[in-house]
Design a protein around this ligand. Structure first.
Ligand code: SF4
Length: 278
């Protein structure tokens, strides 16, 4: 999925956590599997290069991914894990010229991606003034996670990512509570809820807890999602036309890319309106 993004990912303040496909050996287009579906035109096994991956590790159909049946590639974000594995963990040695490294490199990539995703969220939490009471804890978690990303390939594949994620999640949840506590009134809690196809047009979801909710194809037109916690929310094909997401937290560009929206959709700072939105 190298060169996959239709729009630049947010990350001006998080440069190392922004995908840099020019310094990656096309790892997401090789290491990860995908199945023929509405998101991908063909099946691909983990560790096998995508048929569209060029010799220079660029995508041969980058400009037409949606039209060619690969919209799934436009909503994937490695959070900078690709260049970290390629240039730091493996010191710039690519899997084509050094095939002996391929297996281990492809094992490391998904681990690094998860660690970089946690770094992304921790960095966002540290920028939230309301989370100041836990900034020391957030900073410690950030430093610890960064240290893991600098480890050897062997150390990385041995990393207990689930435990790391658990500790970070507890901090992110606390940060979320501190932010949403400033929203007046009763806030909705839809954590992990199945809201697939839900009719939420014009809904008041301000300050809501939507962590991990399934909002696939939900009608969120003109919904008030200000200051909502959107971490891990599945927004594929959700209709965000006219919705207000100002100040929503832990929303990523990949989530936005997967949704539908228009010029009236208001996004939180740092995220960009996808090219395919009307
Ligand atoms: S179509 Fe293949 S090469 Fe192109 S971004 Fe997707 S996985 Fe990568």
């Amino acid at each position: 999925m190298s060169q996959k993004h239709e729009v630049p990912l947010a990350g001006g303040d998080r440069p190392g956590l922004r995908a840099d496909c020019a310094n990656c050996f096309g790892l997401c287009c090789v290491a990860l599997p995908f199945a023929a579906s509405a998101d991908f035109a063909v099946d691909k096994a983990a560790g096998k290069p995508c048929v569209n991956l060029r010799a220079d590790f660029r995508c041969g159909i980058h400009a037409n991914l949606r039209e060619r049946g690969f919209p799934g590639c436009t909503v994937f974000d490695c959070f900078g894990a690709g260049q970290q594995v390629s240039q730091v963990t493996f010191g710039g040695q690519d899997w084509r010229r050094a095939p002996g490294t391929a297996g281990r490199m492809f094992e490391v990539f998904p681990v690094m991606r998860q660690l970089h995703e946690l770094l992304w969220y921790l960095t966002e939490a540290l920028a939230l003034p309301q989370a100041r009471p836990i900034h020391d804890d957030l900073r410690r978690a950030l430093d610890d996670t960064e240290r893991l990303t600098r480890g050897s390939a062997e150390a990385l594949v041995e990393t207990d990512v689930a435990t790391v994620r658990q500790g970070v999640n507890a901090l992110l949840l606390r940060a979320s509570e501190l932010v949403r506590a400033e929203v007046p009134g009763r806030k909705k809690n839809h954590r992990g809820a199945d809201l697939i196809g839900a009719r939420l047009k014009g809904a008041n979801l301000r300050g809501a807890n939507l962590r991990g909710a399934y909002l696939i194809a939900a009608d969120l037109r003109n919904a008030d999602l200000r200051t909502a916690d959107l971490i891990g929310v599945d927004l594929r094909d959700a209709d965000l036309r006219g919705a207000d997401l100002t100040g929503s937290i832990f929303l990523t560009q990949a989530q936005v890319n997967a949704a539908r929206g228009d010029t009236a959709t208001t996004l939180p700072a740092g995220l960009t309106r996808p090219a395919h939105w009307s």
